[in-house]
Write a protein that binds this ligand. Structure first.
Ligand SMILES: Cc1cc2nc3c(=O)[nH]c(=O)nc-3n(C[C@H](O)[C@H](O)[C@H](O)COP(=O)(O)O)c2cc1C
Length: 197
């Protein structure tokens, strides 16, 4: 058996969400690499990158007659349609970056579209590789009813040799790619388990 991702006939739909808006974001690079890995593994997951940059800053005054602004409606729909979520969470001042928290907040408005979904977190950053933000994100997940895989944890120190990303933010480190693959396999298994498959 090459991998759990490759072995299972069930294809899950994964919404991949990055908390950085930076063009050459390392965290978005992790998600692009996850897409590539899932495609190479041939089946098991369909990962779609969801852009959070069109979302307005959370303001419940923008909710009118039970409707959200169009960009928010579109984002919520993408989350709703996904079987599970792959977050790439940069660490800003030891916590979750504002674009990601904003996206989570919008999708948590009733009806909370995160509820009951499996999720995994990856991050790239300074010394702890974004690990502290990951634990804050797990805490947020308690309230919005996301179910995170516990292991493997994936943090990546961008500044430690060898080089992890190229100039455009593409992941180039084979060891990190292998670890990322293991996260995807665990997310795949856990998603099916949660769905009773
Ligand atoms: C406002 C701000 C605060 C930051 N705080 C932290 C931090 O607490 N811990 C850390 O490891 N890196 C911190 N960083 C560095 C980011 O993790 C680093 O720039 C990372 O590359 C950002 O992710 P991105 O490449 O996906 O944009 C901070 C960066 C910014 C802009």
């Amino acid at each position: 058996m090459e991998s759990a991702v490759a072995a299972s006939p069930a294809v899950i739909k994964v919404a991949a969400i990055c908390g950085s808006l930076r063009k050459a974001s390392f965290n978005r690079g992790l998600l692009r690499s996850a897409v590539e890995i899932s495609q190479q593994s041939a089946n098991g997951m369909r990962i779609e990158l969801i852009d959070v940059s069109p979302l307005p800053m959370i303001n419940t005054d923008l909710e009118v007659d039970g409707r959200f602004p169009p960009a928010v409606e579109a984002f919520r729909q993408k989350v709703l349609e996904a079987d599970s979520i792959l977050f790439a969470s940069p660490e800003y001042n030891y916590s979750v970056a504002p674009p990601l928290k904003n996206a989570i907040d919008w999708a948590s408005r009733p009806p909370n579209v995160w509820a009951g979904k499996a999720a995994a977190i990856v991050s790239a950053g300074g010394s702890f590789g974004g690990g502290r933000a990951q634990y804050h994100l797990r805490q947020i997940g308690v309230f919005v009813d996301l179910h995170f895989i516990n292991k493997p944890e994936f943090v990546l120190n961008v500044f430690q040799p060898p080089t992890k990303f190229d100039g455009e933010g593409n992941l180039v480190d084979p060891e990190a790619k292998e670890r990322l693959k293991q996260v995807l396999q665990a997310l795949h298994r856990f998603t099916l388990q949660l769905q009773g498959q």
